[in-house]
Structures are given as structure tokens and as C-alpha cells.
Design a protein around this ligand. Structure first.
Ligand code: NI
Ligand code: MN
Length: 229
């Protein structure tokens, strides 16, 4: 499995068989991402919630990729289907299997609106994703969230991910200190911070996070760096 950070909460996960999954495709307007939306060519896009910094360029990416499948919550899937996008709407606890990867939607403690629309429409519940690859390797992408006890009792004890990708920016999500508690509760092998330094309001030093995590290895990738697992 290969993992590439595109800045903010945007990550590409590529299975050993080449299935390319793009999570939270905030590319064109992402100050941390040097790519254009036409530079990515995913098979699957997963969207954690409706906010513009996660919904991103999905409509444009779908226009350029007629075979694209979008996995998101039910409300966002209705919105995308009306725009002609092939979207599968899940709700918390449900999963789909695409080729050899199981994609499960789990909860997040956050809000979800189409905040880029003038009347800021409701966009279902904010979620997170658990990806299970063919060798049972599991990646948890927390989306935008605060700390919640299911990180310990559901994500940590039941799903046991190998990698947990956690927001640390504060203001909209957990800060580094609370994210380090999440890392302790989830107890993966590797933890990766996200949702920081893309905007001045979420400036954080990932080394502060790294220092407060002792139970697992903290990886701080550079934008576009590819990590292999
Ligand atoms: Ni958000
Ligand atoms: Mn966000």
C-alpha cells in the first residue's frame, strides 16, 4: 500500500493492485497543495463531509474521470448524483468493497454543510473512513473531528487500524495534545498528523504532536512524499 499526502486532509492511498483512492480532494484551492485537480487520476474519491476544504474538486475530478466512484454520506451522494456524479451514499457503520479494498464509513465529531453554497445547505453527518486492504492492512482517516470515546472503544478495540491519520490543527478539530490522546486510544502502529498549517488559523508544529505521542510511531510526511507500507 502506498500513501501520499496532498496537504490538509487530502491523501491518496494506492493498493498493491493499483486501485487509487483519493480522500478529501481539496486540491485546486488548497494552499498546501501544488497540484491542479487535473493532475490526479483516482479510481475512487472518498469525502468525509461537505465543507469546502474536504469536498474540494470532486465535481471537476468526476468530469475528467467518467469511471470515477465517489464514496460519501447519503446526503452528499444525493447532491452529487444531481450533478451527474457516480456517488455511493453510505451512513455510519456501513461499508462497500471496491476491488480488493473495503471502505467503511465511521463517525466523527464535527459538522457538515455545503458551506460553499450561498444558503449553506445541510450535508449530512461528518464522518471518517476505515480502509481495509487485501492483506488486512487498515488505514483510518479521521476526517475533521474532536476527541471522542469511540476512538478507544470502537476504532481502537474493534477495528485496530495499522495507520491512523488524525487532525491536529485546533479551531476546527482536535489540537496536537488531544490528538495524542486519540493516538493512545486508537493505538495504531503509525500515526500521521493532518489538517494543520494549510491556513494561518490552523498553524501547528507537528513536532509538538510527535513529542506527545509515545505509544506509536509518528510519521510527518512532506506534501507529495510517497510512503510505502
Ligand atoms: Ni470541516
Ligand atoms: Mn476541515
Amino acid at each position: 500500500m502506498k500513501l501520499r499526502w496532498l496537504g490538509h486532509s487530502a491523501f491518496e492511498l494506492t493498493s498493491n493492485n493499483g486501485l487509487n483512492i483519493l480522500i478529501d480532494p481539496f486540491i485546486q484551492a488548497n494552499p498546501a497543495c501544488p497540484l491542479k485537480s487535473s493532475d490526479v487520476n483516482p479510481d475512487v474519491v472518498c469525502i468525509t463531509h461537505g465543507h469546502a476544504d474536504h469536498f474540494g474538486d470532486v465535481v471537476e475530478i468526476a468530469r475528467n474521470n467518467p469511471n470515477l466512484v465517489v464514496i460519501c454520506n447519503y446526503e452528499i451522494s444525493i447532491y452529487l448524483q444531481r450533478k451527474g456524479v457516480n456517488a455511493i451514499g453510505l451512513n455510519c457503520g456501513a461499508f462497500v468493497k471496491i476491488e480488493d479494498v473495503e471502505i467503511k464509513m465511521l463517525k466523527a465529531e464535527h459538522s457538515s454543510t455545503f458551506d460553499f453554497e450561498i444558503d449553506t445547505k445541510y450535508a449530512g453527518n461528518a464522518g471518517s473512513f476505515l480502509f481495509t486492504f487485501e492483506n488486512d492492512f487498515k488505514v483510518y482517516h479521521a476526517g475533521d473531528t474532536g476527541l471522542f470515546s469511540d476512538m478507544k472503544f470502537v476504532i481502537g478495540e474493534i477495528y485496530k487500524p495499522d495507520i491512523a491519520i488524525l487532525p491536529i490543527g485546533n479551531i476546527f478539530t482536535m489540537d496536537p495534545k488531544e490528538a495524542s490522546i486519540a493516538a493512545r486510544w486508537i493505538d495504531p502502529e503509525f500515526v500521521i498528523p493532518m489538517h494543520y498549517n494549510s491556513f494561518p488559523s490552523i498553524a501547528q508544529d507537528p513536532e509538538d504532536f510527535k513529542k506527545s505521542v509515545s505509544n506509536c510511531k509518528t510519521l510527518v510526511p512532506k506534501v507529495l512524499e510517497i510512503l510505502e507500507f
